[in-house]
Write a protein of this length. Structure first.
Lengths: 427, 221
């Protein structure tokens, strides 16, 4: 390359200022009243959308509304359940977001008025917006499993929204006797984190292998196939022998239909199982606020334009992350992070009355089968021409003949993923 | 303020003279749109929080392009050479085979034009060294090995990002370890000069020379 050495030049310049993506941002909107963006949900999608808008144009007033004082990430929560990680390592606060110029409101959003462009929080505060971004995550469809509700989930945790539930499942695994049976009941599609239940089975097996080797894990699935299935099956066998048994939907009659949290039994159409620990992951829908704001359709999720994530039901409201119907992308944290970046760009363009440019999306999802055994699925995506689907243009799975060294490295890269993703969110 | 504006203007001019500053085609996403999708793994601003993913900001365009092309085409030398041959922008890019876990899969999702945009973007951002503890004794030994065998190409203590030299100074230790292990096993191809220097370093400083070098680079700021 040119010996004009941009490097030396940048070295001289680099200390003075950073030529970041911020430098590619927008000039402040001058003359106009401050534009207001409200973001509901301080998980993956919400934190990153808020940060990227603030970064692109600091004149936009960004308010993030989050119900909880802390966020427990779902990613790496399976390692908490397996015992290799403490719950405190997946707990994050919002204090650094203020340094990006984001106003964090710690309160639950209880009402959205799409016509008046207003959000109301539990304590009665009203926040006006020019654009609203919602990334509220999921709610559980308790009604799909007889006998299962919030109270039953204390005895049979779902652990699909991290925090208290994660700790609960871990405690039950610690308390159970060796030789016990754990039933894990994954839902049908679509649901948050398609490989998540199968990584969890491996993490529980990892704990059992070292502490309760006579115990068994039975996966009573609603589905006939699952994400990274070949790789998981191979990994289970290699590391855990026959400790994990997977029963497909065809043989369970479509998964667990009923539970009795007092008797500790789990039932399919064909069998009842007496269990030591049950991890019941019910079917899901968009979080409650999305329903209350009239942003969902019959599927229980939010229809959106795939280029801007603007709601198909109400103008000037964008939905990203697990709550949206994002055809082509999985309900994963990484996907939510790139949806947030695309959405932030679209919102800033709109506020400047400009057409958004061409989009790029990605996913990178690691699963840790054992401390030296990681697998992944990655993909790069573009918006399809008819905007009906986000199309995969490259990517793939860990090869089935990956070397032990490569599998070990994938675990290190999974940890790097976690550190960098949480830095994108909370740093 | 004036200072900053002047520098920005000057930088702009300098960039315009560089071979890779081809105008963006209408259908290509913007540099930040394309590059921001990398940050979930490579860190905010392309600066990794570690422990294993490298910081990619501040690397040279040539280095990033060479890596991405090797990944994209599964180390098919003929194919990569043909692409380099056909594109005057890639004149200084040299093919070296390299192994990866996920990057070979990811690179296939980007066109050559997009790879050039991404490379230019990260090359324009500042490198920030990792904060990590190093073994001081080893680092000291490594400094001497570096001076005698590596500094010629990896200038300024391995912090220079000229041409095909990757930024070594301030990278995360596991990343440096993986990289060196791959060079030693042959999974990653070394330039001829490097091969010779590595051999000489081994002969002169013994089996710990690579480990010492890693501690030296890891501790550089
Ligand atoms: C066990 C498990 C493992 C996983 N592992 C991975 C992984 O390795 N990689 C990966 O990419 N993904 C993983 N995921 C998926 C990932 O966690 C989700 O896809 C991601 O969190 C979705 O982001 P989101 O912004 O939609 O929702 P969330 O991250 O859940 O954020 C929603 C936020 O909104 C808040 N909220 C909801 N309603 C309101 C309201 N009314 N007012 C104010 N705040 C509100 C919530 O408190 C929450 O903080 C995993 C998931 C699980 C369950």
């Amino acid at each position: 390359m040119s010996k004009l050495t941009r490097r030396n030049f940048l070295k001289a310049a680099g200390s003075t200022f950073a030529l970041g993506s911020a430098g590619l941002g927008f000039p402040h909107i001058v003359g106009a009243a401050k534009k207001k963006v409200v973001v509901i949900g301080g998980g993956v999608g919400g934190t990153i959308a808020a940060k990227y808008i603030a970064k692109a144009d600091s004149s936009i007033q960004v308010t993030l509304v989050e119900a909880k004082p802390y966020h427990h990430t779902c990613f790496m929560s399976n390692e908490v359940i397996g015992g290799d990680r403490d719950l405190s390592t997946i707990k994050f606060g919002y204090d650094k977001l203020a340094s990006h110029g984001i106003n964090v409101v710690q309160d639950k959003a209880v009402m959205v008025d799409p016509v008046a462009h207003k959000v109301k929080t539990a304590d009665g505060t009203t926040l006006g917006y020019d654009r609203l971004i919602m990334s509220p995550g999921i709610a559980l469809k308790w009604e799909t499993i007889e006998g299962y509700d919030e109270a039953a989930a204390e005895a049979m945790p779902h652990a699909w929204i991290a925090g208290h539930q994660t700790a609960l499942l871990r405690k039950q695994l610690e308390a159970m006797d060796d030789g016990g049976l754990v039933v894990l009941a994954p839902p049908g599609n679509p649901f948050r984190c398609p490989p998540g239940p199968y990584e969890r089975a491996a993490q529980i097996a990892h704990y059992f292998k070292h502490h309760k080797p006579k115990s068994k894990i039975l996966i009573l699935d609603a589905k006939d196939k699952f994400s990274k299935q070949g790789l998981f099956t191979q990994g289970y066998k290699k590391v855990y022998g026959d400790m994990i048994e997977w029963v497909p939907g065809a043989d369970t009659g479509g998964g667990v239909k009923a539970v009795d949290a007092k008797a500790m039994t789990v039932s399919t159409d064909f069998d009842d199982h007496k269990v030591s620990v049950a991890n019941i992951i019910p079917a899901q829908k968009a979080a409650q606020i999305a329903h209350d704001a009239d942003l969902t359709d019959d599927s229980g999720w939010c229809p959106v334009d795939l280029g801007t994530f603007e709601s198909k039901k109400h103008k000037d409201i964008h939905i990203i992350g697990d709550a949206g119907i994002i055809s082509g992308l999985p309900k994963s944290g990484y996907a939510a992070s790139t949806e947030a970046k695309v959405c932030a760009s679209a919102v800033v363009h709109h506020l400047h009355e400009k057409e958004p440019g061409v989009n790029s999306y990605a996913n990178a999802c690691y699963s840790i089968i054992a401390p030296d055994y990681g697998i992944s699925v990655v993909a790069v995506y573009k918006l399809g021409e008819d905007r009906a689907k986000i199309k995969k243009v490259g990517g793939g799975l860990t090869p089935s003949d990956a070397t032990p060294e490569a599998l070990k490295r994938e675990v290190h890269y999974a940890y790097s993923w976690f550190n960098n993703m949480t830095a994108e969110m909370f740093g | 303020m004036l200072h900053k504006v002047a520098l920005e203007a000057l930088l702009f001019c300098v960039f315009m003279l560089l071979p890779f500053s081809t105008a963006l085609a209408g259908e290509t996403a913007s540099p930040s749109m394309l590059s921001d999708t990398c940050l979930g793994c490579h860190g905010p601003g392309g600066i990794s929080d570690g422990p294993a993913t490298p910081t990619i900001s501040g690397m040279s365009e040539v280095y990033i392009i060479a890596a991405m092309l090797a990944y994209k085409y599964d180390n098919d030398e003929d194919k990569v050479e043909a692409i380099i041959e056909a594109d005057p922008d890639l004149e200084d890019v040299e093919f070296f085979a390299r192994t990866s876990t996920v990057m070979d899969r990811i690179a296939k999702g980007y066109s050559e034009a997009e790879i050039k945009v991404i490379a230019k973007h990260f090359a324009s951002l500042p490198f920030v060294a990792a904060e990590q503890d190093v073994n001081k004794k080893q680092a000291k030994a490594g400094a001497e090995i570096h001076e005698n065998h590596c500094e010629k190409c990896h200038e300024n203590g391995g912090s220079s990002a000229e041409d095909d030299a990757g930024v070594l100074a301030g990278q995360w230790i596991p990343y440096l370890e993986y990289t060196m292990a791959d060079f030693e096993s042959g999974d990653r191809a070394m330039p001829k000069k490097m091969k010779k220097q590595m051999k000489d370093a081994h002969a002169a400083y013994g089996d710990n020379s690579v480990a010492d070098l890693i501690q030296f680079y890891a501790g550089q700021k």
